[in-house]
Design a protein around this ligand. Sequence first.
Ligand code: ADP
Length: 441
Amino acid sequence: MSLTTRLSLGACLLVILTVLLRARWGHDLLYVAIPLAIFFGIVAGRSIAASLTALRDSARAIAERLPPRLPTSNIPEIVAVAEALKLTDRELAERFAELRREKAEAMAIVDAMMEGVIAADSRGRTVLANRAARELLGYGPWAQLPELATLFRVKAAQEAVATVLAGKPLYDHEVDLDGRVVLINARPLNEQGAVLVLHDLTEVRRLEEVRRDFVANVSHELKTPLTSISGYAETLAGPEMDEATRRRFVATILSNTQRMIRLVDDLLDLSRIEGGRWNLARVPVDLAAMVQDSWSELSSKAAARQVHFALECVPESVRAFVDPDALRQILGNLFDNALRYVPDAGHVTFRATYQDGGVLTSVSDDGIGIAAEHLPRIFERFYRVDPSRSRDAGGTGLGLSIVRRLVEAHGGRVSAESAPRDGTTILCWFPDAPREGPLVT
Ligand code: ADP
């Protein structure tokens, strides 16, 4: 029953009661009825007021996202308002949950970005910095970041911040942040702060330098034999010369041509591996057989210098899961080097054994060895300890880098152990070791 109906009914009932009582006993009961009406009015008013206060408190609680304490009442108007508030509370809770989810998603995306993102509010306070930005600036995930104006220690970056805080956008501003090359793009946000995007270009710049060095190295490596060929060819084209000199000149031209062919072959191999065009076809192979094969190609050269070769596989039938062509190339390069750097009557040993779920191989020699300062760099392209000695011995400076690339393409790793005059050992570890099953030869 609605509030208005109840009040009207109450009033009617009071009037009827007064008329009846007056007719029955003839007393004028108005003196009784009026205080009674006032009493009931106060009781009813208090109950309604209590419900309305509870409704007001509930509305406030909902606004503050606290659990509302809605009144229970049998007055339909109060019940209807309470129901409406309950619905509002539920809808707000859903909206807030959705907003929280969307915010979390947006934050996860910003956090996963490769670029560093920093946002500042209208007062220049840093309000957001994603993982990449924190790493770049050396802050931990939960560290409080200073204001944008003092965030960078480098002057060029501080100037960039000043520009954006002055309301001007900034495009592709390259700065050096403690040894890292960083590209800054920044935008003011309609007088509500600014957002900065930091792009770490260190690796890109390093690769550009590597490429420049590579082109310079290749040009240099080709120029030397080409200059020599050109000089000797010019002389040959000149006036008559004796047969012995002519033969010597032709031999020099030939050896320079072969050197260039070796270099181009190595470069092609390297570009095939690095370009992902050497598709490894891994099969189980018997290492001892493959090693014997590879060494036999160099055996006449070794015999001429009385270099001894030993093969130590533990167990004898040790197997590797490798691409046979790649393994041939690896062994060829390592044996070539060993032969190049051992003295006459020196020793070369190939060892293999199962280790760490794969196969560990090593090629050792008792040659000139490598000084400690050169050891970490010998797998780099064109790195040579003694460039002229390497060239004279027919080296291209690419042999070990090809070995490393091929081993790594198998998921393996390479390392070197050496000491001057004590010889050198190059270790290659290949993952997976098929101890059983058919072999491919
Ligand atoms: P290279 O064609 O010059 O041999 P590599 O890439 O095969 O080029 O080797 C790089 C350098 O590492 C060589 O120039 C040489 O100085 C050193 N090196 C490689 N293998 C040996 C070895 N077995 N003994 C001594 N030095 C070696």
